[in-house]
Design a protein around this ligand. Structure first.
Ligand code: ADP
Length: 698
């Protein structure tokens, strides 16, 4: 422009003024106010054009002409049909996706359609436009063409990057799932065999080596799981699988798992499950178990004396069947320094003083728990005082299955008052609450001595005593009562019910219950004392000993038939060794085809089915068996996948249960015991060996 002479500039200005005048004249001529709009937008970067009812161009701005490369024909007066022909023949411009075909008819038809949807135009010089049209009041058309070349390029680049990122993340996820499977399969061999090795006769040095292998392998698995879970959460690939489950039972299972460690340290593990809280909820039980295991595991790890308590309460959410569940894990451990509490849920965050250096850890447990709780729509928090202890708590809002369970009252005809003896105040409080709710009057004593004093002055129908107490323990206390010819029923609460093996114990106690106590176990033992039949099944779940005892009773000599489909030879060996002491008829299938064949010929009472097998996988074999069966056969999936998400993608396969590898002997035996039909012989031939098995299983 700067090179233009004054004459040239004046000529250009005159030309522009003449063009505006011409448009204005046309506007007068056609009396269309939209022409004024085009004049007003003469310098706009977006192309604007106005067509009359006969689709003749009334006016357009420079940007509009620019779309057509300022072709001399594109001037007011040109017919829309002619403009289409011109651009088509000269291959100036075409609608997106129509580079090769004839698009003129569809574009002309579009003009007469009611809504005229937006379209994208591509130009021969690589530009892109968005075309929008409106019908005018006089029956014509207003066109607006916006150059979107730049934003489209950016958008396409973002999309390309997104697709690439998604593909990379999918590949990462698949890699992680595969890696998890690949690592866990041989680890099954390591853990399983080391487990079995520990049970053979070894000298002290060998025992130390074998236990070290087992503990190291288990620790490695925890770390692998943490890292894989964390990567999944980071890639937002973790999906929850809600289902209805028994929360109280789940909590007791976790507690039972940690009981041996707590017991070794002399730490009491307690559960206070709110009496009025229902037990069945809908959430992802696997993930909930993971959170609770994590928090409870930490609490046990960082507590050297005192107790760890799981407290479960809930509040109904008004106008819904949902409940806000609060689960808090309190410990009397070392606590967390105030300057570290705030960051404790951050990744790789560990308190780095000597007191916190305990065993294997990744510093990911709390991060994963926090992410999982948030994925469930809840919140997690911590309250801690150094040297005093910590409370880790979380809440989630979940649907519950039925109205809160109304605990029935005990028939109080000959059971009115009970004496509870425990050196731990918190335990007394929990028990008192539970027993009062059954309609009993409750007296508490913090020691055997205090109990004896109380018994001398108070009417008591039943005595419930803790096992390990300072000075006089529960067994000695009961023995001294029996020596005084006291015939009142006595229930022993013990975190180590092996005491049952001692004949002394069976002479003095009416019932021995595993600590921490499940409400139904307490209720059924009260029933038992009342002379009613106890609820064996519910009881059996919390008490491995009862499982074993039950399994010594049967009307038949036919051993339970088990079919296990597993392609990996080491895993078959592990399975065989883990079940070697059971009175079962076990056959192995090496792949899915053989599993289906053996289902027909062996008629198993229970099937264990590996998921990944050559030829025919576990899902397909399971489905085929479901089609063949005349009565439901329990089928338990065996998977080396890190979570059920990967294992149960194919829900149509309808597995009854899932066991994750490495297999745990205790879990395996519990499952076999659960599904042993009444018509099959007991799993353990001798009661003593039954008890022995159950101890190991626990
Ligand atoms: P990890 O236990 O694998 O180190 P976590 O994320 O579970 O990782 O815990 C992070 C850190 O928080 C622990 O290393 C420990 O220092 C501290 N911590 C967690 N729970 C407790 C607890 N109950 N008492 C004391 N410190 C705890």
């Amino acid at each position: 422009m700067s090179g233009q002479s004054a004459i040239e500039r004046e000529r250009a200005a005159r030309k522009a003024a003449e063009a505006k005048l011409a448009v204005l004249e046309q506007s007068q001529k056609y009396k269309d106010p939209a022409v004024g709009l085009v004049v007003a937008l003469a310098d706009s970067a977006d192309g604007v054009a106005i067509w009359d009812a006969s689709q003749t161009l009334l006016a357009c701005n420079e940007a509009y002409k620019g779309v057509f490369g300022h072709h001399p024909f594109v001037e007011p007066g040109i017919k829309y049909a002619d403009l289409m022909d011109l651009t088509y023949q000269e291959r100036m411009i075409w609608p997106e996706g129509f580079r090769d075909g004839d698009w003129r008819v569809s574009l002309k038809d579009r003009r007469t359609s009611k809504t005229m949807p937006r379209i994208i135009l591509e130009s021969h010089d690589g530009r892109w436009f968005r075309l929008q049209n409106r019908h005018t009041a006089t029956g014509g058309t207003l066109s607006m063409v916006v150059d979107i070349t730049k934003s489209l390029a950016e958008h396409r680049e973002t999309q390309r990057q997104m697709i690439e990122a998604e593909a990379a993340s999918r590949a990462k996820s698949a890699f992680l799932a595969n890696m998890s499977h690949e690592i866990r399969t041989p680890m099954n061999g390591v853990v399983g065999m080391a487990d079995l090795l520990c049970e053979t006769t070894l000298d002290d040095e060998q025992t130390l080596y074998a236990k070290t292998i087992r503990n190291s392998a288990e620790a490695l698995l925890v770390i692998i799981n943490d890292v894989l879970d964390y990567s999944k959460l980071e890639a937002e690939k973790l999906v929850l699988h809600p289902e209805t489950f028994d929360l109280e039972h789940l909590i007791h299972e976790v507690v039972m798992l940690l009981q041996p460690t707590a017991q070794d340290k002399g730490v009491d593990l307690l559960v206070d499950y709110d009496l009025f809280l229902p037990t069945h909820f809908t959430a992802d039980p696997g993930r909930l178990r993971q959170i609770i295991t994590n928090l409870l595991g930490n609490a046990v790890k960082f507590t050297d004396d005192g107790h760890v308590l799981v407290r479960v309460t809930g509040l109904p959410v008004s106008d819904s069947t949902e409940m806000r569940l609060h689960i808090a894990i309190e410990d009397t451990g070392i606590g967390i320094p105030p300057d570290r509490v705030g960051a404790i849920f951050g990744q790789y965050n560990q308190v780095d003083d000597v007191t916190h250096q305990r065993g294997n850890s990744t510093g990911l447990g709390l991060t994963i728990s926090k992410e999982l709780v948030e994925l469930m729509g809840g919140e997690i928090w911590v309250d801690s005082e150094q040297g005093e202890g910590s409370v880790f708590g979380f809440h989630i809002t979940v649907p519950h299955e039925a109205a809160p369970t109304r605990l029935r009252q005990i028939d109080t005809a000959d059971l009115r008052s009970v004496l509870v003896v425990d050196d731990l105040d918190v335990n007394l409080t929990i028990l008192k609450k539970q027993l009062q709710n059954f309609g009993l009057s409750v007296h508490c004593a913090l020691s055997a001595k205090a109990a004896e004093e109380l018994l001398a002055q108070t009417e008591v129908d039943l005595i419930i005593t803790d096992h390990l107490m300072p000075e006089t323990n529960g067994l000695e206390f009961a023995q001294s009562l029996r020596a005084k010819k006291d015939k009142r029923p006595i229930i022993l609460l013990s975190s180590n019910p092996l005491v049952l093996r001692s004949s002394d114990a069976s002479k003095v106690f009416d019932v021995v219950l595993q600590k921490p106590l499940a409400r139904h176990a307490l209720l059924s033992s009260l029933d038992q004392i009342q002379g009613r039949r106890p609820d064996h099944k519910a009881h059996a779940k919390t008490l491995n000993l009862t499982v074993a005892q039950q399994d010594t009773q049967s009307s038949s000599d036919r051993p339970m038939r088990i079919l296990t489909a597993e392609d990996n030879a080491t895993n078959r060996l592990v399975f065989e060794k883990m079940t070697k002491d059971l009175n079962v008829d076990l056959v192995f299938a090496h792949d899915g085809n053989e599993a289906v064949d053996l289902f027909r010929s062996h008629k198993p009472d229970l099937i264990f089915m590996d998921i990944s097998m050559p030829e025919k996988d576990g899902y397909t074999a399971c489905r085929e068996i479901r089609d063949l069966e005349t009565r439901p056969t329990p089928i338990c999936a065996l998977t080396a996948h890190i979570d059920i998400e990967a294992a149960s993608v194919d829900h149509s396969a309808r597995f009854d249960r899932t066991l994750t590898k490495p297999l745990k002997k205790g879990q395996l035996l519990e499952m076999i015991s659960e599904f042993r039909p009444k018509t099959a012989a007991p799993l353990f031939s001798l009661p003593q060996s039954a008890l022995h098995q159950a101890d190991k299983a626990g």
